[in-house]
Design a protein around this ligand. Structure first.
Ligand code: NAP
Length: 306
């Protein structure tokens, strides 16, 4: 594959940044990749495992001379990181991010982007419940979507280049407006995570009654919830604090449907339950047909999950 950027800087060295590094290296998409993380422990780990061609001790040093700067920190930290690096950005460079919420990131980062620097927000729909510099792997983005969320006046050439990078890392790329992105993700990712957190919390509350039976007999349903509920607390706290309106909207609808199902169970309305489950089964089929999951008993969960 051809090199797309001379130098890429990754700010924040967790699951997404480390996966980007290995995916960039796999296909030779950049000449040099620099990296920075706020804690010395993460920088030491990165140096030890060969994550990034050069690990820098300041974010400014990492972005100097970079053609592409990728903000890979929790959504709530994006603004402060952008403010920190602003004066060191190269004219003509592109700043992008990988945050799970887009409207908030645009509001927090845009004011710090200097004249002559492009800002193109993005969100790879790929992840696992693991975090940190040693959790990444080159295949994470293969056949997963990456959504680009260009802001007003975004340069078409800069967008095309960023698209080529994500495609080179294995993703399918689409463009979307920020508010639409936040609503779609509230349905497909944010609300489901909150439900998983709740279910695992309820099971934990019941532990006294059931002793360790919840763990011992955890069949696939509950086990899948626990996997999702093991996701990084900082990342998910920030997602809910910054995608408040869309998540509350979806949770409102969810609660209404839940009450309807609760009522059907109470009144013995089997037809309602059967029809509902038939409809949801068709949605599952659609996800498999779209190539976004597999029919395998472990749902293809050996590795990546969006
Ligand atoms: P991660 O593995 O937890 O890594 C986060 C990185 O950000 C770490 O290097 C951490 O530094 C740094 N960081 C944390 N808080 C910070 C702060 N206040 N200021 C500066 N740096 C800070 O996270 P990740 O899963 O890669 O997620 C990174 C971004 O990708 C998030 O915005 C998330 O919404 C988005 N995303 C995640 C997934 C997923 O499934 N995980 C999927 C798509 C997008 P230290 O190591 O020094 O603590």
């Amino acid at each position: 594959m051809t090199q797309i950027y001379d130098r890429v800087a990754l700010i924040g060295l967790g699951l997404i940044a480390s996966s980007m590094f290995w995916a960039i290296k796999r296909s030779g998409l950049a000449g040099e990749v620099t990296g920075y993380a706020r804690s010395e422990a993460t920088r030491d780990t990165a140096r030890r495992i060969g994550l990034c061609d050069r690990v820098c001790d300041t974010a400014k040093e990492a972005v100097e001379g970079a053609d592409l700067v990728v903000l890979c920190v929790p959504v709530g930290a994006m603004g402060a990181v952008a403010a920190d690096i602003a004066s060191a950005l190269k004219p003509g460079a592109t700043v992008t991010d990988v945050g799970s919420v887009k409207r908030h990131v645009i509001q927090a980062v845009s004011p710090h982007i200097p004249e002559g620097v492009h800002f193109i927000p993005a969100h790879p729909l790929a992840g696992t419940e693991h975090s940190g510099p040693d959790s990444g792997f080159a295949e994470l983005f293969d056949n997963r979507w990456c959504l680009l969320v260009p802001v007003e006046g975004s340069d078409p050439d800069a967008i095309a280049r960023l698209r080529a990078l994500w495609e080179g890392m294995g993703s399918n790329v689409d463009e979307m407006d920020a508010d639409h992105h936040d609503l779609v993700l509230a349905v497909t990712s944010h609300a489901p995570h909150l439900i998983a957190y709740t279910m695992v919390g309820v099971a934990d509350d019941l532990r006294r009654v059931t002793d360790s039976e919840v763990i011992k007999y955890s069949a696939a349903g509950f086990r899948d919830f626990t996997r999702i509920a093991a996701s990084d607390p900082t990342m998910w706290r920030d997602v809910f604090l910054t995608n408040k309106d869309a998540t509350l909207e979806i949770l409102g609808r969810f609660t209404e449907e839940l009450f309807a199902l609760q009522r059907a169970i109470r009144t013995g309305d089997g037809e309602h339950l059967f029809d509902y489950f038939t409809r949801t089964r068709a949605i599952r089929r659609g996800i498999i047909d779209a190539g976004q999951d597999t029919d395998a008993p472990d749902f293809g969960r050996g590795k990546a999950n969006p």
